[in-house]
Design a protein around this ligand. Structure first.
Ligand code: ZN
Length: 155
């Protein structure tokens, strides 16, 4: 099996059987994302603990195989990570999908980086890049706009 076939296999697997496709109970951060060009919709739920670590992450949504696979792989990889690590992974992934050939973060293991590199094939298709990045932008917005903050304002 060559690398391209391996990449396609992983995307198909995650697209057909998305991991973490559910709603986290007691989530404290969430955000919705929509990609009108393709019709992809995603709702990300996060449970961040007091140490700013992602205790649980899940998503609900529907869309093309790329958008579902991307959300599935992303939720798998950032679970258990700390907020600052997640931010680094997100920006590394977005740089890679837009212009870089490789990932440069030192947080993810080699196997996990391979899973992310599966999505690098979309680079040649600008419309598809939006499918692949939707859940990542939505994760960033979930982290930045927490329900906690809204509650704090009303207190
Ligand atoms: Zn799509």
């Amino acid at each position: 099996m060559n690398l391209k076939e391996l990449y396609q296999e992983i995307i198909l697997d995650h697209g057909k059987n998305p991991r973490n496709l559910r709603r986290t109970e007691n989530f404290n951060k969430d955000a919705k994302g929509h990609n009108p060009l393709c019709g992809d919709k995603v709702h990300i739920y996060l449970k961040l603990n007091e140490n700013k670590k992602i205790e649980d992450i899940s998503f609900e949504g529907q869309g093309c195989a790329i958008s579902m696979a991307s959300a599935s792989i992303m939720t798998d990889l950032v679970k258990g990570k700390e907020e600052h690590e997640v931010k680094e992974i997100v920006s590394d992934f977005l740089d890679m999908i837009k212009e870089k050939d490789e990932l440069s973060n030192n947080i993810l293991h080699k196997d996990d980086k391979t899973k992310l590199m599966c999505l690098s094939g979309v680079k040649q298709y600008p419309m598809r890049v939006k499918c692949a990045t939707l859940s990542w932008h939505t994760l960033t917005s979930a982290i930045n706009n927490s329900q906690e903050e809204i509650n704090n304002e009303s207190n």
